[in-house]
Design a protein around this ligand. Structure first.
Ligand SMILES: Cc1cc2nc3c(=O)[nH]c(=O)nc-3n(C[C@H](O)[C@H](O)[C@H](O)COP(=O)(O)OP(=O)(O)OC[C@H]3O[C@@H](n4cnc5c(N)ncnc54)[C@H](O)[C@@H]3O)c2cc1C
Length: 463
């Protein structure tokens, strides 16, 4: 019997390590050594004699922000599905990160606010353990585990293009820092160079069709700052606050995360022309006036470590490689290079880990390597659809976002609203919804007839 979309997604998101792996490639090359590239390299190490990661930045030993990942100073939450994937691909990952200072706050230190009102918590443990840290710390741990694998090596340089042999990719060109252009032969190439990937240009220049790009303008503005954690000021471990004051009023979002090194990372965010600045006075005012008291107490009384750092993201975007009729064999695209979302939903790093699981499934399926990797792109499409659906449906509610609207939007939005309202009253539905927003399940589970009927019944019950 054909598998449903939800079942196919569940197979990708499994936390079971792969049972059997086979070496199919002599050398695989990964462009970009951040979350998606490192995860892809980990998977490829099971299937290639040798894996080479080409990364612009040269800072392997550092758990600090770096130029190639300019968003690295901002709050980064790891969703439970990403957490499960990290443990899937690196046994004992969570335990090691926690032992090194990442935080797993107890339930009483975790708070979620909507318009200043605390939302009910999912029962402790139902979504798994938390793993809270700064983004560079998490990436450092992924890098350390990846580069400890014997057949993975990293070289520093800027990837500059691909070489083709007929209908397949055959090599990568890259420019080592201060050196001559190098051409490196490959049996498989993964582009994991992030949101600004130039793969589409490289394909176009070599006469291949370019993937259509879908964009949703979100105009998101972030500002984050680190403070020394101090129990005399607050006990908060995770606090997420969202203010949606009313129709035509752009919401503001805030977050406090307890991170490694006994620090809090505090975020304030706005949309459109509502731009938090680098000014500490502005940061404190937003914390004090817009969010629950923990925010103001930390900003006003905590010791600031470093500066307030801002970041602007203009759009959510996806490149639809699965639509291309012609595409070279032995070429894979992963992470933000395929799709990047509104960061407030915390989906990017988790998506990167799930793309790695798609790559593993593809390489374990006895693939015809001299044909385009269509099974891979179909699976990645499922993961991108899941994240895109959750984030863009919510963003289409923002007053400054006016499309593009997907087909069937009105009905789907009515159904989502119905289930969301019922989820606040029914713990079972609440958990199902939380499993979707944390990418443990595909959103299609919430449109199953039995789920919608349960939500309708709650709506029709006399209050
Ligand atoms: C403000 C903000 C907040 C976010 N918050 C969250 C969050 O809470 N949770 C979450 O999961 N995600 C979050 N994200 C998304 C997350 O940062 C990305 O999804 C994730 O980093 C994607 O990883 P990646 O490896 O695909 O790309 P990137 O992390 O962007 O890395 C690309 C890598 O490629 C390298 N590179 C680029 N070009 C070349 C080249 N030509 N040659 C060699 N190397 C190259 C770069 O140096 C870099 O190492 C946030 C994003 C932003 C902007």
């Amino acid at each position: 019997m054909a598998q449903s979309i939800a079942e196919r997604f569940a197979r990708i998101a499994t936390s079971e390590p792969p049972a059997e792996t086979r070496v199919l490639l002599r050398r695989a090359i990964v462009l970009g050594g951040s979350m998606a590239g490192l995860m892809a390299a980990r998977v490829l190490s099971d299937h290639a004699d040798e894996v080479l990661v080409i990364e612009r930045d040269g800072s392997e030993e550092s758990a600090l922000p770096r130029p190639g990942v300019p968003q690295g100073s901002q709050v980064h939450a790891l969703l439970p599905a990403g957490h499960a994937q990290l443990d899937r691909w690196f046994a004992g990952f969570t335990a090691a990160a926690l032992a090194d200072g990442a935080v797993d706050p107890p339930p009483e230190q975790i708070r979620n606010y909507f318009n200043g009102v605390m939302a009910p918590q999912a029962p402790a443990g139902t979504l798994g353990q938390s793993l809270v840290s700064t983004r560079p710390f998490l990436e450092y741990h992924v890098r350390r585990r990846t580069l400890a694998i014997e057949n993975i090596k990293v070289v520093h340089g800027r990837a500059d293009g691909l070489e083709f042999d007929g209908d397949r990719v055959s090599a990568v060109r890259y420019q080592p820092a201060g050196g001559e252009l190098v051409v490196e032969a490959a049996d498989l190439v993964v582009d994991a160079t992030g949101r600004s990937s130039r793969l589409s240009d490289w394909l176009g220049a070599a006469g291949w069709p370019q993937p259509p790009m879908l964009r949703m303008p979100i105009k998101l503005n972030y500002a984050s700052a680190l403070f020394r954690r101090d129990p005399k000021i607050s006990d908060v471990g995770i606090s997420i606050a969202q203010n949606q004051a009313g129709r035509m009023v752009t919401p503001r979002q805030g977050g406090v995360l307890a991170v490694e090194g006994d620090r809090w990372l505090v975020l304030v965010a706005g949309y459109g022309d509502d731009r938090p600045t680098r000014d500490l006075g502005d940061f404190k005012k937003r914390c004090r006036e817009d969010f629950p008291p923990d925010f103001g107490q930390i900003a006003d009384h905590g010791e600031l470590l470093g500066d307030v750092i801002t970041y602007h993201q203009a759009d959510s975007r996806r490149r639809e490689y699965h639509r291309l009729k012609r595409f070279p064999a032995r070429l894979i695209v992963a992470g933000d290079a395929v799709a990047s979302f509104n960061p407030v939903y915390g989906q990017g790093m988790t998506s990167a880990t799930l793309h790695a699981s798609c790559l593993s499934a593809y390489l374990r399926s006895d693939p015809a390597l001299d044909k385009p990797a269509r099974q891979y792109f179909e699976q990645v499409r499922l993961v991108v659809d899941a994240a895109w659906r959750v984030s863009t449906f919510a963003d289409l509610e923002l007053p400054h976002v006016d499309g593009p609207y997907p087909r069937g939007y009105r009905l789907a939005q009515w159904r989502s609203g119905l289930v969301a309202r019922a989820a606040a009253l029914d713990p079972g539905l609440g958990l199902q919804s939380a499993r979707v927003t944390t990418m443990l399940d595909h959103p299609s589970v919430l449109s199953r007839p039995q789920t919608v009927l349960r939500a309708l019944r709650l709506r029709l019950l006399p209050s």
